[in-house]
Design a protein around this ligand. Structure first.
Ligand SMILES: C[S@@+](CC[C@H](N)C(=O)[O-])C[C@H]1O[C@@H](n2cnc3c(N)ncnc32)[C@H](O)[C@@H]1O
Length: 281
């Protein structure tokens, strides 16, 4: 056994991460298989294996790996999601889309929602977990991402209300395969302009899949295609909620208005960025 003091772990993280004490507690809880609440500020007995695991995680974290990818979990909205390098780590900025979707589902007594580019499933599964009578579909071109989404659906006990489909919106038979008309579409598609990818922080470009980030030359490739297929899978009067990047809201609105959608609302995230664009068919 090896003794390790909480403060020793904190010391390794100081100056390297924003919240060294919180992260030290999370890492120790993970290594010891305990809850964070059980990690005090004392000394811990670690087996050789646990000690090696701790050192590995600390080293990777100091090198810039995101904590959630190292621990395999991320809290988002009200729930905890399994994550891996096969999915985009859920971002707090996306929570406003989930909240806005929830309000519309409640007010309009919606029954069926589809998430285009579901990744970990964080948007779709949060909505299904909040609304027991809602059912939904999650579409993703990445088979590996859908494996994670399926695990998350199971963890939340909502797999019976959730259909996961390995499809691309660029597929010719996309509309046919997604099937029936939905009350709502939610989507956080890849939106980073191709030339900006290189300049992204290491914790994003090296740990999130490129296919979840790259929005093509101007960043709008996926919005243009989704705007083309969305009217065919959304019922009349249904809503589409889209996440966008910095300074993209107006162009996203233009793209969807060209396809006959009517702008409803644009919501800012906590940083004041116009993040969520809502339109109605
Ligand atoms: C920005 S991530 C969003 C993931 C998750 N919805 C979230 O908000 O955290 C975009 C997702 O779209 C998927 N994707 C990219 N191109 C796609 C396509 N042509 N058809 C379907 N899914 C696609 C990626 O695999 C990725 O999971």
């Amino acid at each position: 056994m090896i003794d390790i003091a909480f403060e020793q772990v904190v010391k390794q993280l100081v100056g390297k991460v924003d919240s060294p004490r919180l992260e030290a507690r999370m890492v120790l809880a993970f290594v010891l298989g305990k809850d964070c609440d059980d990690i005090g500020s004392g000394v811990f007995d670690l087996t050789d294996e646990q000690s090696k695991c701790l050192e590995h995680i600390l080293q990777k974290r100091i090198e810039g790996a995101p904590l959630d990818k190292l621990l395999g979990e991320k809290d988002f909205y009200k729930y905890r999601f399994k994550v891996s390098e096969d999915v985009l780590s859920p971002r707090p900025d996306t929570e406003i889309l989930v909240e806005a979707a929830g309000k519309l589902i409640f007010q309009n007594k919606m029954e069926k929602v589809i998430d285009l580019g579901t990744g970990s499933g964080c948007i779709l599964l949060s909505l299904l977990a909040d609304f027991p009578s809602l059912s939904g579909a999650g579409v993703d071109a990445s088979e590996k991402a859908l494996v994670i989404a399926a695990e998350n659906a199971k963890r939340l006990g909502i797999e019976s209300r959730c259909r996961l489909m390995n499809l691309s919106w660029f597929d010719d038979d996309f509309v046919q395969k997604t099937g029936a008309k939905y009350d709502m579409i939610v989507s956080n598609p890849p939106y980073i302009p191709h030339s900006d990818i290189d300049a992204l922080e290491v914790c994003v470009k090296s740990y999130d899949p490129l296919s979840a980030l790259d929005g093509g030359e101007d960043g709008y490739d996926h919005y243009r295609k989704i705007a083309e297929v969305a009217p065919k899978i959304l019922r009349k009067g249904g809503y589409i909620l889209l996440e966008g990047g910095i300074n993209q809201a107006q162009e996203i609105r233009n793209i969807f208005e060209k396809q006959g959608f009517v702008w409803f609302q644009t919501l800012k995230d906590l940083g004041g960025i116009e993040r969520c664009i809502i339109l109605k068919k």
